[in-house]
Design a protein around this ligand. Sequence first.
Ligand SMILES: [Zn+2]
Length: 364
Amino acid sequence: MNISARRRWRAFAALAMAGAVAGSTGLATATGAEVPAGTGVRADSVAAGAPRNGLDGSREVGSLEGNVFAADRRADLEGGARTTAATPYWVRYAPLVYLASGDKNYPMSAESFIRLAALRWSHDDGCSDEQLVRSGSINPATLRSGGYKHQGKGGSPGCRHGGAVYTSAGKVRPFDLASDSNEGMFLEIANAHRGGSGVRSPIYVDYIARSHMTFWFFYGNNDSPAPRIADHEGDWERISLRLNASNVPDRVAFYKHNSTCWLSWRSVSRTGTHPIIYSAKGTHASYWKVKNNWPLPYGAVDTTSKGHAWKTWEVPSYAVRARPWYGYGGGWGEVGSNRHSTGPLGPSVYKGHEPNWNNIPACA
Ligand SMILES: [Zn+2]
């Protein structure tokens, strides 16, 4: 739950009703009302042109009943089921991801998230957020092309537009906007959809032969352990495999919050050719073993355990740079009161696809 953002919205709405926020528009979105679920966009329009791997469409979609909502299930199936293309090389090394026992924040597809989301702009200085595109109406290719635009504020005081015009292809996530870090663009879904879909969700891959193979995972929500300062809607995670001159992995990089470390391929647990990854409860940071007290920077701990198994070689896996939305530089999730409680940047030129292997420590 992003309570801080909700509280902020309500406060702004109250201010606006008292006439304290001059010249602002879009106040209807500042009432704290939830974004309705999207229904209008055909899933196959989102998935068109995607590379596909061999998913048997008749297979059961997963056992997480109650956490699989119908629209998402349909999208995930349509996105990956009509498969005839050759299996991509990376599928051989796609990880087994153990979700943590009891974690109700499941993976989901990025395409479903976009289909359910509204696109919004966050203004600073108490000026209300604005809706740019209603839920169900976002065109992923327009996110990519920069076709969604918004003008910043004209300067304090007041809420009139007048600053620079920003596009969805820029680095426009709130708190990352270089010129005005408190403004920015973000996707927002209804809280009811944050639970995600389940272990039939697709994965996204950046593969460069003899360089790296990065597996991206998307979840509907990040539910931080106490003191809960980093809860945020939308959660992108990843691991990266370094590929040697023979194009086989020799290292695995584990991304966990603001730190990354590596293990040799030899020392990583595997099932067959698939590395085994443990997704931390609620935060989904990637670890290499079961442990109940991984230290976090702000005093909390991550925990990993063997919950549901996400066998990512059995689900659709997409070349991430070919996704229709790739190039979007805004937030994937509701804006919060600070950068850690705001939807993250997704896979993009703004985030990179592999670590600097020479500058990260060995995992300890
Ligand atoms: Zn505006």
